[in-house]
Write a protein that binds this ligand. Structure first.
Ligand code: 8ID
Ligand code: ZN
Ligand code: ZN
Length: 352
């Protein structure tokens, strides 16, 4: 390891599930033989990080935990087995930090479905620290002409919605409803949808989110808090009123998961991405059968999806808004997120 790597660093640490994160100094970790150490410059704050703090899901996090999985930075050290990542390269910590590489899912490039995954900021420490470890096989390769601040949210939000849109099967010229369009994933989804030639109907609440969604290219905005008939409003926004060909469910609430089958077009696809706590899917069997509705889940993306999502950004096609604050202010970001007051994404600067 080179000598300019400090032994201590600033991090945000969750010491107790459901508690507040604590900004403190912790040791800089050392990479194992197949790992790299990344000097994280910026990290996006995903709602998943808040789910981890609150213990929302039926999967335990490690404790104490350094959260974060949208970390962009510079490789400063690597293990002996690492040959294809150089010191000085730009690289990113994403949700899938590592996987076994030998199970049936890893072998067929479905590595997010590996039964033994390492999850950044969940089962292993993530990017809310100045130096984070990733398995070399899985760290995102970030081209040098990318801005580390702006690329950070691409590493989870961008990748996830890009994959979700691909999974929807929607083709250029078709309509997709983005539910939760004003949030972090939603703002990225509007940009990817446009870049992929899709017409996006944005669904979220409030005037600030409306303004952002329209600026990001939504053809229509439907406000779930004020609409008198959301189902009709969404259908009206599509040709002949048949409804959108696809629905991307990104909201952190259960209701839209029950509602999507009412407005999706016949033979359309509903893609579930958001992960509200204790939520269940419900759809009428009669409509699902007689209108040939597809309902499926989509979970981050593999290494190739990551490379593709980054390339859309590199080509200048993805310009979703984000606000930068210091790592020390992470708890304030969580508080705003809890109240659904964030339009787009917050990114933390680990030097502050
Ligand atoms: O791989 C995956 N499947 C994956 C990857 C990354 C994130 C899943 N996620 C999950 C997160 O864990 C979280 O549950 O996606 C969800 C959205 O993450 P986010 O975009 O980071 O959250 P946000 O920025 O808080 O945005 C959520 C938006 O949903 C809106 C809110 O107003 C907010 O803008 N919303 C809610 I809450 N209820 C709504 C409703 N009924 C709604 N929008 C429309 N209709
Ligand atoms: Zn995420
Ligand atoms: Zn595996």
């Amino acid at each position: 390891m080179s000598t300019d790597i400090p032994t201590e660093q600033w991090a945000q640490v969750l010491e107790q599930r459901g508690g507040s994160v604590v900004h403190k100094k912790i040791p800089v970790p050392k990479p194992g033989p197949d790992e790299v150490l990344i000097n994280i410059k910026y990290s996006g704050v995903c709602h998943t990080d808040l789910h981890a703090v609150k213990g929302d899901w039926p999967l335990a996090t490690k404790i104490p935990l350094v959260g974060g999985h949208e970390g962009a930075g510079i490789v400063v050290a690597r293990g002996d087995l690492v040959k294809d990542v150089e010191i000085g390269d730009y690289a990113g910590i994403k949700w899938l930090n590592g996987s076994c590489m030998s199970c049936a899912f890893c072998r067929t490039a479905d590595e997010p479905l590996c039964p033994e995954p390492d999850l950044s900021g969940y089962t292993v420490d993530g990017s809310f620290q100045q130096y984070a470890i990733g398995k070399a096989a899985h760290v995102a390769r970030i081209p040098k002409d990318c801005n580390l601040e702006a690329i950070a949210p691409v590493l989870c939000a961008g990748l996830t919605v890009y994959k979700g849109l691909k999974e929807s099967g929607a083709r250029p010229g078709e309509f997709v409803a983005i539910v939760g369009a004003g949030g972090g994933l939603g703002s990225m989804a509007l940009q990817y949808a446009r870049a992929m030639g899709l017409h996006a109907i944005a669904i979220d609440g409030g005037a600030e989110k409306e303004k952002m969604c329209k600026e990001l290219g939504a053809t229509t905005y439907v406000d779930f808090m004020t609409s008198k008939n959301l189902v009709e409003d969404v259908k009206k926004a599509t040709p002949e009123g048949y409804g959108p060909h696809a629905v991307l469910l990104l909201a952190v609430s259960e209701k839209p998961f029950q509602q999507a089958s009412e407005y999706v077009r016949s033979r359309g696809t509903i893609v579930c991405v958001g992960l509200p706590a204790n939520a269940f899917l419900k759809a009428p069997v009669f409509d699902t059968v007689t209108r040939m509705i597809n309902i499926k889940g989509s979970y981050v993306g593999n290494r190739q999806d990551t490379a593709e999502a980054i390339e859309f950004y590199r080509q200048g096609l993805i310009k979703a808004p984000y606000k930068v604050v210091g790592l020390s202010q992470l708890q304030e970001v969580f508080d705003l997120m809890e109240q659904n007051k964030i339009s787009g994404r917050y990114v933390v600067d680990t030097s502050k």
